[in-house]
Design a protein around this ligand. Structure first.
Ligand code: PNS
Length: 204
């Protein structure tokens, strides 16, 4: 019998309870599900690929048919490489639909044999996005019900470092930039950061 393998591509910066909800649903309809983190040199992520991979690996440790991987380039090329026949994406609200439809149709144009499957996360996660998690955390709000505990811990660590580097006038974001500059010093070893990110269409 044909086994159906799907990829669930995304930025996962950081992974949220909404992502986990979708992984759980996807793991039930696909024989194999690969959560594929995009390595995007144009984005300036809060978490390194290694961090995101570790967080997702811990979050999905209980799923036998879920694995974590990273990729760069076109999603459809990656899907072909790993012999997946479907792309899983989440739609939370109507606002996601236009962007997701555009992407799904472009992917179909590029690779007609590959299907995009949309699933809806639980309603309680319909407002949740990685961008909002980052913003709430940066501004000192609680993210405890939005992400798994291990992710909340990692985010808090990031914010603690950001605040340590900040002075009274700096926002956490500015402080983050200060840390990036500090980390980019040759003796510290540059992290995975690229040029300034472009505006995004969807809150992932
Ligand atoms: O979590 P995100 O940021 O919403 O995920 C977006 C992602 C990674 C699925 C999308 O940007 C993507 O597929 N990027 C890879 C490049 C690509 O294939 N572009 C053409 C898509 S139509």
């Amino acid at each position: 019998m044909k086994r159906i393998k799907a990829i669930y591509p995304g930025s996962f910066d950081p992974p949220t309870n909404g992502h986990l909800d979708l992984i759980d649903r996807g793991s039930k309809i696909f024989d194999e599900l690969v959560v594929a983190i995009l390595r995007n040199p144009e984005k300036d992520p809060l978490f390194s690929l290694t961090d995101r991979r570790q967080m997702l690996e811990s979050m999905t440790a209980g799923y036998d048919n879920v694995s974590i991987d990273t990729f760069h380039g076109l999603t459809v090329d990656y899907a072909l490489r790993v012999e997946a026949s479907a792309i899983l994406r989440g739609i939370r609200a109507i606002s996601d639909y236009e962007y997701e439809l555009q992407m799904a149709l472009m992917n179909r144009k590029l690779q007609p044999g590959l299907e995009t499957v949309f699933m809806m996360p639980a309603e309680k996660y319909s407002y949740l996005s990685s961008r909002l998690v980052r913003e709430v955390a940066e501004l000192g709000g609680s993210i405890d019900c939005l992400v798994p505990e291990l992710v909340a811990q990692k985010v808090r660590e990031k914010m603690d470092v950001a605040h340590k580097f900040s002075d009274g006038d700096k926002t956490a974001k500015q402080a983050s930039a200060a840390i990036s500059a500090e980390m980019a010093r040759p003796e510290r070893g540059a992290p995975e950061r690229g040029p300034k990110s472009k505006p995004r269409k969807k809150k992932s």
